[in-house]
Design a binder for this molecule. Structure first.
Ligand code: CS2
Length: 507
C-alpha cells in the first residue's frame, strides 16, 4: 500500500490526547491504554489486520482483566516505514470506518495496538520482543505468498534467497520464519514457554501450513531447536473474513469531514466479520469467543467454504471484470451477467465439492456473499483483488479445478477464468485499451509464459509451479483452448464469451 498523506495543517491530529475531543458518535477506546501489555505480537500490519484481529481485541479490552492482550505490530518490510511513522505519531491509534450496505457508517477509533516495531531499523528489538515473556501469541498476516511453499508440491521452498540468508544468518533475519525461529531459540535458552503462532491468512489449513514451513525452516538451522518447536509451539488453524479495500485518500478526507480529526491512515471495511478458530494455544489466549469469534474443533470445512467461494469468487470477478474494464467489485457484480456467471461458478464448480457444514446453509452463504460483494459503499478495487494472483489462485481456484477433474466434472467456467488470467498477464490492458495495474511478485514469469500463447495456446499452463499437470489434462485443455481462442480473436468481448460458456454449461 502506498503511503497516504493529509496536508490540512489546521485539523487536529488523531492521538491519545485528542481522543477526548472527539464527538460522542465516534466509538473510542474506553479502557486504560497505559495499563496494556503486548501479549500479542503481530507480524504484517496491513489493512486486514487493522480491520479484523485488532478490532476483536479492541472489543475484548473493554472487559476488565484482559489488559495482557494488547498488540505490538511488527513491520518486516522497508515499505512499512511510512506506516510506522504514522502509527507512532498517532500513538498507534487509527480510525476504522465501517460501511454498511444500506449506507450507514460507524466510526471507531481502535486502541488495541500499543507499539509498532520496524524491523529493518532494529532487528534485535523485534527478536527480543517476540522472546519477551509477555508475548503469548505471535500472529501473522504475511499474505499467501509469505509462507514460502511451492504451490504444487506444498513443500518449503529452500531456493528463496531471503530464506537462504535467514538459514545462514540466524541473527540477521529477513523473513517471518527467521525472526520467529530466532526468538524461539532465545525462549528455549532462557527456559521460557513457547508462544502460539497464529496465522490469519487465507490459506487452507493455515496453522498446519505454518507449522510445516517453520519446522522445515528451523531444522536447517538447528535440529534440536526444531524438535523443541515441534513439541512446544502450537499453530491453530483459522478461517478469517472481512472485506477490507485498500485505503484511499478519500478515506482520509472522510474522517476529517466526519469528525474534524486528521488520521493519516484510516481503514475502511464492510460490516460483516467472521473468525473461526481451532482452540489450540500453548501459552494462553484471549477469550476471542466473548467478542464474536467462534471456537471449533475442526476449521477445515469453514476454510474450504470461504476460500473456494468468497476468495475464488473475488478472483473470478476480478479477472473477468478487469478485462471488461470495470474498476471495483461492486460495479462488476452489479452487471447481471457477471453476477450470473459468479453464481453459476459457485453452484456448479464449487458447491458440489464442499462437505456439508452443520449450522450453515450454503445457499444462504452464497446469497450473503453476493450481497457483500454488491455493497455499493465498499469500493474494493479489482487491482487489489487480482494482486498476487500467482500466490492466491492455486489455493482459491486451481484446487477446485483439480478436484473436479478427478471426479470427471466439467470445469469450463473456471477454465475461462484461467484463460482470462493468461490474457491479463500477457497484454495488461482491458478490452477498451486501458492499462491494468498488475501487482504480482511472479509478474515477469506470468508475462513471459503468457506471451507465448500466440505460438502455443497452452503456453501459460507450462508454468508448472502454479498449474502442475493441467497442461496434460485433456478435459481441461479442451475448455481452456476454446476460451483462449475466443479471448485472442480480434475485437473479442469478454461478456460475449462469458455468455457462450454459460450457455454451453446449461445445455
Ligand atoms: C480477497 C481477500 O485478496 C483477495 O483476493 O479475496 O482479501 C478478501 O477480501 C478477504 O479474504 C475477505 O475476508
Amino acid at each position: 500500500m502506498t503511503q497516504l498523506q493529509h496536508t490540512d495543517a489546521l485539523v487536529t491530529g488523531l492521538n491519545q490526547q485528542s481522543l477526548a475531543q472527539l464527538p460522542s458518535h465516534v466509538d473510542t477506546p474506553t479502557y486504560d491504554r497505559s495499563a496494556l501489555k503486548a501479549g500479542i505480537v503481530h507480524i504484517g500490519v496491513g489493512g486486514f489486520h487493522r480491520a479484523h484481529q485488532a478490532v476483536y481485541i479492541n472489543e475484548l479490552l473493554k472487559t476488565p482483566g484482559s489488559e495482557q492482550w494488547g498488540i505490538c505490530g511488527v513491520g518486516l518490510l522497508e515499505g512499512n516505514r511510512g506506516l510506522r511513522d504514522i502509527l507512532k505519531q498517532q500513538d498507534y491509534l487509527y480510525t476504522l470506518t465501517v460501511r454498511h450496505p444500506d449506507g450507514k457508517i460507524d466510526n471507531k477509533v481502535i486502541g488495541s495496538m500499543i507499539d509498532f516495531l520496524f524491523a529493518p531499523e532494529d532487528k534485535q528489538a523485534v527478536i527480543n520482543k517476540l522472546a519477551h515473556s509477555d508475548t503469548k501469541v505471535v500472529s501473522l498476516t504475511i499474505t499467501e505468498g509469505g509462507y514460502n511453499f511451492n504451490p504444487v508440491t506444498g513443500e518449503f521452498d529452500y531456493s528463496n534467497p531471503d530464506i537462504i540468508n535467514d538459514i545462514n544468518n540466524p541473527n540477521d533475519p529477513i523473513t517471518a520464519f527467521g525472526y520467529i525461529t530466532a526468538a524461539l531459540k532465545l525462549r528455549k535458552e532462557q527456559g521460557l514457554s513457547a508462544f502460539t503462532v497464529q496465522s490469519c491468512d487465507n490459506i487452507q489449513h493455515n496453522g498446519h501450513v505454518t507449522r510445516k514451513m517453520l519446522i522445515a525452516f528451523s531444522k536447517e538451522q538447528d535440529k534440536e531447536l526444531s524438535e523443541w518447536i515441534e513439541q512446544n509451539v502450537t499453530f491453530p488453524n483459522a478461517m478469517v473474513d472481512r472485506i477490507t479495500p485498500a485505503s484511499k485518500k478519500s478515506d482520509i478526507d472522510y474522517v476529517v469531514e466526519a469528525y474534524g480529526v486528521s488520521d493519516e491512515w484510516p481503514i475502511t471495511c464492510e460490516s460483516f466479520m467472521q473468525w473461526v478458530i481451532e482452540d489450540s494455544f500453548c501459552n494462553g489466549r484471549p477469550n476471542w469467543d466473548t467478542v464474536g469469534a467462534q471456537f471449533v474443533t475442526d476449521v477445515t470445512p469453514y476454510e474450504t467454504m470461504k476460500i473456494r467461494l468468497l476468495n475464488a469468487g473475488h478472483s473470478v470477478l476480478g479477472l473477468l471484470g478487469s478485462i471488461h474494464g470495470y474498476g471495483t467489485i461492486d460495479e462488476t457484480v452489479s452487471d447481471t451477467l457477471f453476477a450470473t456467471y459468479l453464481r453459476a461458478f459457485m453452484d456448479k464448480e464449487v458447491t458440489p465439492l464442499l462437505d456439508p457444514l452443520e449450522g450453515i446453509d450454503l445457499e444462504v452463504y452464497k446469497d450473503t456473499l453476493i450481497e457483500r460483494f454488491s455493497n455499493p459503499n465498499i469500493k474494493d478495487g479489482l487491482a487489489r483483488i487480482c494482486s498476487e494472483s500467482a500466490a492466491k489462485l492455486p489455493k482459491f481456484l486451481i484446487a477446485s479445478i483439480n478436484e473436479n477433474l478427478v471426479k470427471g466434472h466439467d470445469v469450463s467456467l473456471a477454465a475461462l477464468v484461467i484463460a482470462t488470467w493468461c490474457l491479463y498477464s500477457d497484454k495488461g490492458v482491458s478490452e477498451n485499451g486501458a492499462k491494468l495495474d498488475i501487482q504480482d511478485a511472479m509478474y515477469k514469469e506470468l508475462n513471459a509464459y503468457a506471451q507465448e500463447t500466440i505460438v502455443d495456446p497452452c503456453a501459460f499452463l507450462k508454468l508448472t509451479s502454479l498449474f502442475g499437470d493441467l497442461e496434460n489434462n485433456d478435459s481441461f485443455t479442451v475448455e481452456y483452448k476454446k476460451s483462449i481462442a475466443a479471448l485472442y480473436a480480434p475485437n473479442s468481448k469478454i461478456k460475449t464469451i462469458m455468455q457462450a460458456v454459460l450457455d454451453q454449461k446449461s445445455n
